[in-house]
Design a protein around this ligand. Structure first.
Ligand code: SIN
Length: 313
C-alpha cells in the first residue's frame, strides 16, 4: 500500500498505472483467478524493452499469459522469444528434444514412420516445473502447434491466492517448513511406461529441499510451493505419513476451482506462465482419435526464497 493513502485510493492508483503501462499490448484478462490473452501481437518478431516490461508486468499480475495466433512460429523464433525472459534451459531427456533444438521439448502423441514425435503426455498431475532442481525453472512456454478438438486442456492454479486464503493459524504453522523433493522417487510412479532412469540420470537428480511457502523475488508476495504429489515427497523433519498428508491437504485446498484457470487450447496459442507462484496440470484427451503437438521451453530460475532466512538453513 502507498503510505498515507487509504487502501481504496491506493487500489485505484495501482489499477490506473497498470492500464497506462499496458497500452501497447492488447490484453484481455480472463474472468478467472489468473490468466489473460494478448491479441494482435506477433511474437515471432523482435519487440522493444517497453513491450518486454509489459509482458513481465502481466506475468506478475496474472501469472499466465496467452498470446494468440502464433501459427507459423518456428523453433528458432520460439527460442528467441523465450530468451527475452532469461537464460533458456537445455532439456534433460534427449529423446524428447526437437531435432537440432536441445532447448525445445516436443509433447505429442503423433507417431511418424513408427517414431513418436515426442513425449505422449506430460505432467498430467498438479505440479510446478522442475521443483526438484536447487534452482527451479522460472517460466515455462508452451506453443500449441496442433490441438485436439476435445480434451487436452491445461489447468493452472494461483498459489498466491491459495496461500492468502489459508487460515492465519495454518500460515503460521507452515511458513517455515521445507519440502523434501525427490525426482527419482517420483519417476517410476509418474512414468511406469518409460525406460527406467540410468545410474547417470539418477546421479544427476539428487534429492533437494524447497520452502513450502516461497517469496516471489519480483512481487515479494508469498506463494504456496507444495509441488506435485510424488515429487514433493515429505516435509523435512516430519514423520512420512504426516508430512505427506499435510502436502496432500494443502494441494487439495490450493487446486479448488476458485483458484483455477482452465486453458482450452486453440491452435497457435503461445501460453507461458510463472512456475514460482502457480501449479499446473495437463489433462487427458482421446489419443487414439486426436492429435496434439506442442513445443515447450523453459527459463532458468533462482533458488526459492523462504519466508525467513532461518528456514533456509
Ligand atoms: C507441462 O506440464 O509442461 C505440459 C502441460 C501440457 O501439455 O498441457
Amino acid at each position: 500500500m502507498v503510505p498515507g493513502i487509504a487502501p481504496q485510493a491506493a487500489a485505484t492508483i495501482a489499477a490506473k498505472d497498470m492500464e497506462s503501462a499496458m497500452t501497447k499490448l492488447q490484453f484481455n484478462a480472463f474472468e478467472s483467478p489468473m490468466g489473460g490473452e494478448v491479441v494482435d501481437f506477433d511474437a515471432k518478431a523482435a519487440f522493444d524493452d517497453d513491450t518486454y516490461g509489459e509482458f513481465k508486468r502481466l506475468l506478475r499480475e496474472r501469472i499466465v499469459v496467452v498470446v494468440r495466433d502464433q501459427h507459423d512460429m518456428t523453433p528458432d523464433q520460439l527460442e528467441v522469444f523465450t530468451r527475452r525472459f532469461g537464460g533458456i534451459k537445455r532439456m534433460h531427456l534427449a529423446q524428447y528434444q526437437l531435432d537440432g533444438h536441445p532447448e525445445i521439448w516436443v509433447i505429442s502423441n503423433i507417431v511418424e514412420n513408427g517414431k513418436p514425435l515426442g513425449l505422449k503426455l506430460a505432467g498430467t498431475m498438479w505440479h510446478t516445473d522442475e521443483m526438484y532442481l536447487e534452482n527451479p525453472v522460472s517460466y515455462t512456454f508452451l506453443l500449441g502447434k496442433e490441438v485436439p478438438p476435445a480434451g487436452g486442456d491445461t489447468l493452472f492454479a494461483n498459489m498466491y491466492a491459495a496461500y492468502d486464503a489459508l487460515p492465519e493459524s495454518t500460515k503460521a504453522e507452515i511458513d517455515d517448513l521445507r519440502v523434501v523433493v525427490s525426482r527419482v522417487h517420483a519417476y517410476q510412479a509418474y512414468y511406469p511406461d518409460r525406460e527406467p532412469l540410468t545410474a547417470d540420470e539418477k546421479a544427476a537428480l539428487p534429492e533437494v529441499t524447497q520452502p513450502l511457502v516461497r517469496v516471489h523475488p519480483e512481487t515479494g508476495r508469498k506463494a504456496l510451493y507444495c509441488g506435485g504429489g510424488e515429487v514433493a515427497w515429505n516435509i523435512v523433519g516430519a514423520e512420512l505419513l504426516k508430512g505427506q498428508s499435510l502436502l496432500r491437504e494443502l494441494r487439495h485446498f490450493a487446486t479448488m476451482p476458485r483458484f483455477v484457470y482452465t486453458h482450452e487450447w486453440r491452435t497457435g496459442d503461445l501460453v507461458f506462465w510463472d512456475n514460482r507462484c502457480s501449479l499446473h496440470s495437463a489433462t487427458l484427451f482421446d489419443t487414439e482419435k486426436y492429435r496434439r503437438l506442442a513445443w515447450r521451453t523453459t527459463v532458468l530460475g533462482e533458488a526459492a526464497i523462504p519466508v525467513t532466512r532461518e528456514a533456509a538453513e
